[in-house]
Design a protein around this ligand. Structure first.
Ligand code: FES
Ligand code: FES
Length: 149
């Protein structure tokens, strides 16, 4: 049995402590917004926040995040400036990588509400988007930053 705190709620789930957080979040806790790609820690598609910091959930065992505050895309309110800006700019193309991009933007703006262009580019460096939505991601983060101020 593993205890997890996800999106502000406590869950007790039957899981091997070594099981990767990605699968436990998706299959046992039931938040399927977090997607996956390489499963090797390279693409960033599986990004969630642990105590506010983006991590690759395909690389982390659940035993290592017991008691931590985990945030997935579902935990960010739909009226949060990041989600509003994402819609206004129309960031997604196929959408597959976008949960990871949104939680990364949320983490960035929580730590640095006025990021420079370079700060934004650097924060998203490890998050692949096969559709090449990077310019729109940057625009949306800048817009969300303006909305937060
Ligand atoms: S699926 Fe986790 S980094 Fe690619
Ligand atoms: S929107 Fe298609 S992979 Fe990023």
């Amino acid at each position: 049995m593993v205890r997890l705190r996800v999106n502000g709620k406590d869950f007790r789930v039957s899981a091997d402590p070594e099981e990767k957080l990605l699968w436990v979040i998706r299959e046992k806790v039931g938040f399927k917004g977090t997607k996956f790609g390489c499963l090797k820690g390279v693409c960033g598609t599986c990004t969630v926040l642990v105590n506010g910091t983006p991590i690759r959930s395909c690389q982390v065992s659940v035993k290592d995040v017991e008691g931590a505050e985990i945030t997935t895309v579902e935990g960010i309110p739909s009226d949060h400036p990041v989600k509003v800006a994402w819609k206004k700019v129309g960031v997604p193309q196929c959408g597959y990588c976008q949960s990871a991009q949104i939680v990364t933007a949320y983490a960035l703006l929580n730590k640095n509400p006025k990021p420079t262009h370079e700060d934004i580019v650097s924060a998203f460096k490890g998050n692949l988007c096969r559709c090449g939505t990077y310019p729109r991601i940057v625009r949306a983060v800048k817009l969300a930053s303006e909305m937060i101020r």
